[in-house]
Design a protein around this ligand. Structure first.
Ligand SMILES: Cc1ncc(COP(=O)(O)O)c(C=O)c1O
Length: 338
């Protein structure tokens, strides 16, 4: 735990450094990429931390891997449990497979079959449940009771947050001149780890949360000074539909400088620009960070000296290529896409 004079946070810089050592044999040290065309539009040199190249295609592997490898042998033998249909499910399944232990994944019955197959492909055991929070939690509790497995939630967990913080350690090692880091925010696990690590290494750095306006619980929570959960978020950025948790809210309240929201049109335009100009496959949640930079609405970034580099975490690349959010019309005479 990190403690300020009044607050204890979920994790510490020492725990994040331990996490970096723990996950190093398994996780990819992702590259940092530049793109002058997008930087020009943003008005600052941008540095993209490519977590779309991480194992399972998203940063989530860092937190899951840290949590799984930190378990004692005795606990590990009984396996791990989570309820998720997103990147955390795949990340936990792969981390468990690498440790040689079972991963029990509770997933809503209506989750796309590709997601279920991806989890099963990593050796995860899928438990279908009704698509309600109540049934997800009840099913996960039942699985924990039956298996004795350890519940590893997607963001509200100290070891998960510490694992995500390793993004910032690598980013600042490679780009010590960053003036700000933009981090997409859902439940806030990634930004909590990044903020705790980055501010410990470089206290002057600004941490900016990037959030869809259609899922603006973090913006409202920060304004209100208390968690303001969102009932039903309707954003294309499916990784960002969740609300802040008890461990992530205090970090967002105290260490995140600003939450900037963007529209659905801005998210899609940013995603397309990254495909086209940076030649990177990213999912909508990652495009939210780019959209914030392109919007030029961040006061913290405007306050930086001209020419100061700004980091953006491209948090994932798991996008359904058959359902890209813009029309793909084949040139006349070309075969239609299969
Ligand atoms: C690609 C991607 N980006 C961002 C997030 C949000 O992360 P957090 O919930 O830690 O804020 C998620 C969560 O599932 C995700 O999958």
């Amino acid at each position: 735990m990190t403690t300020t004079s009044t607050t204890t946070y979920a994790t510490t810089i020492d725990a994040i450094r331990d996490a970096a050592r723990r996950i190093a044999p398994h996780a990819i040290r992702t590259p940092v990429v530049r793109c002058s065309a997008i930087s020009e539009r943003a008005g600052h040199p941008l540095r993209f931390k490519c977590e779309n190249f991480q194992k399972v295609g998203a940063f989530k592997f860092r937190g899951a891997c840290n949590a799984v490898f930190k378990l004692s042998d005795e606990l590990a033998r009984r396996g791990v449990v989570t309820h998720s249909s997103g990147n955390h499910a795949q990340a936990l399944a792969l981390a468990a497979k690498l440790r040689g232990i079972p991963a029990h994944i509770v997933m809503p019955r209506n989750a796309p079959s590709v997601k279920r197959e991806a989890v099963e492909g990593y050796g995860g055991i899928v438990y279908p449940c009704e698509p309600t929070v109540a049934d997800r939690e009840a099913t996960a509790d039942r699985v924990v009771a039956e298996t004795g497995g350890t519940l590893i939630p997607p963001y509200n967990h100290p070891d998960v947050i510490a694992g995500q913080g390793t993004i910032a350690l690598e980013f600042l090692e490679e780009c010590p001149d960053l003036g700000a880091i933009i981090v997409p925010i859902g439940g806030g696990g990634m930004i909590s780890g990044v903020a705790l690590a980055a501010k410990a290494v470089k206290p002057s750095i600004a941490i900016i949360a990037a959030e869809p306006a259609n899922a603006d619980d973090a913006a409202r929570s920060k304004r209100a000074g208390s968690i303001q959960p969102i009932a039903a978020a309707t954003t294309i950025a499916d990784g960002l539909r969740t609300s802040l948790g008890s461990l992530t809210f205090p970090v967002v309240r105290d260490l995140v400088d600003e939450v900037v929201t963007v529209s659905e049109d801005e998210i899609v335009a940013a995603m397309r620009l990254v495909f086209e100009r940076a030649k990177l496959v990213i999912e909508p949640s990652a495009a939210v960070g780019v959209a914030v930079a392109l919007s030029r609405r961040s006061k913290a970034i405007s306050a930086l000296q001209q020419g100061t580099p700004v980091g953006i975490v491209l948090c994932g690349g798991n996008v359904d290529l058959d359902a890209l959010p813009w029309s793909v019309t084949p040139p006349s005479g070309a075969a239609a896409p299969r």
